[in-house]
Write a protein of this length. Structure first.
Length: 348
């Protein structure tokens, strides 16, 4: 058996470029390099360009953990959304991340998929890392999440909803109002038997709130609501298909159907066509989300376009404002209540 000793393992961080090395490479103080990462607006454009080139050339990575511990805050903003992969939140995520990135902040994402327990776990994990701020979706949280949010001493924002009486900053729109608009639009088109299809994801309480708006409008006119709840095990397209088949084979088939989102609406529309229905003549179809495929369907899908990108941009700006990084002037500061846009197309 050989008695030779294996050479000691080299620490992976041994060759890591230091802030001091970057400063020496550029010919400036370490304080200026630190300011470049933490307060870039206080560094001249000429020096920012030189420092950026040096950082790229040397492969420098700032020690964010050490910086976060020193300042008791990091430069990470936690964000919890119901679905990272779905198209409805994509523009919000991109706009939020892009806007924060301009000021040196990064976004850490988690998905709850409309599950309050998963959201609770994500919020607890994020708060444990002492983020600069936290952004969550809607106001429907578990009691434990509500308590954590109430005790957090960082900027908090609730998006895709608008309940100004709540403590966190609200950036979004009224789902109840969208539900009312949906029903009124179809009523104005002459329809009286109008059905509503909920999301197959049972925790989508914002869709339930839109359904409540639909119910309220029908109740004003003495009309009976017809609400279909899909099997939670079904994927959205399949859930839409099942809803269309069930509703159109009921004793009083609806003249129009409001679907909780465009995926459901597309599944219903295509299933209706396959069954020989003429859309919108036999049954009008209205969605929510204005997904990329909505205008490509035949017939194209009438739907509501939520202000997804605006929500992301404004949420990021309100985070930065709360942290003292930017100052929002004039009307922008009061534009937390946004509106959905009805996109009238061929389906109804």
């Amino acid at each position: 058996m050989s008695s030779s000793k294996a050479p000691p393992r080299k620490r992976r961080s041994a060759g890591r470029t230091t802030l001091t090395a970057v400063a020496a490479h550029v010919g400036v103080s370490t304080m200026m390099i630190s300011r470049y990462f933490n307060q870039p607006d206080q560094v001249s454009p000429e020096h920012r360009q030189k420092i950026a080139a040096a950082v790229a050339e040397l492969g420098y990575v700032p020690n964010l953990v050490a910086g976060g511990l020193a300042s008791a805050r990091g430069r990470i903003v936690g964000m919890v959304v119901p679905n990272i992969s779905g198209p409805i939140f994509a523009h919000t995520l991109q706009a939020f991340s892009d806007t924060l990135g301009e000021y040196g902040y990064q976004t850490l994402l988690a998905s709850s998929y409309f599950d309050t327990a998963k959201e609770e776990s994500a919020v607890r994990a994020f708060l444990g890392w002492s983020p600069a701020a936290l952004v969550v979706t809607s106001r429907f949280h578990s009691a434990a999440t509500e308590k954590m949010l109430a005790q957090a001493d960082i900027p908090l924002i609730e998006t895709w909803d608008y309940q100004p009486e709540r403590e966190p900053i609200q950036i979004g729109f009224s789902h109840h109002q969208v539900g009312m608009q949906s029903a009124r639009y179809l009523l104005d088109r002459g329809h009286r038997r109008i059905a509503y299809v909920l999301n197959s994801a049972p925790g989508d309480l914002s869709a339930v709130e839109r359904c409540d708006g639909y119910r309220a409008v029908l109740a004003e006119l003495g009309l009976a609501p017809q609400v279909y709840t899909p099997d939670a095990s079904l994927a959205p397209f399949e859930a839409g298909k099942a809803a269309m088949h069930w509703l159109m084979n009921s004793a009083e088939p609806p003249q129009a159907i409001i679907f909780a989102n465009d995926n459901l609406a597309a599944g219903g529309l295509l299933a209706g066509q396959r069954a020989g229905l003429r859309i919108p003549e036999d049954c009008a179809v209205l969605g929510f989300g204005d997904f990329p495929f909505a205008q490509m369907l035949l017939p194209s899908l009438s739907t509501f376009k939520p202000p997804a990108r605006e929500i992301g941009e404004l949420a990021a700006l309100r985070v930065l404002e709360s942290l003292g990084v930017v100052h929002i002037e004039g009307e922008v500061q009061r534009l937390n209540l946004l509106q959905c846009e009805l996109r009238v197309r061929e389906s109804g």
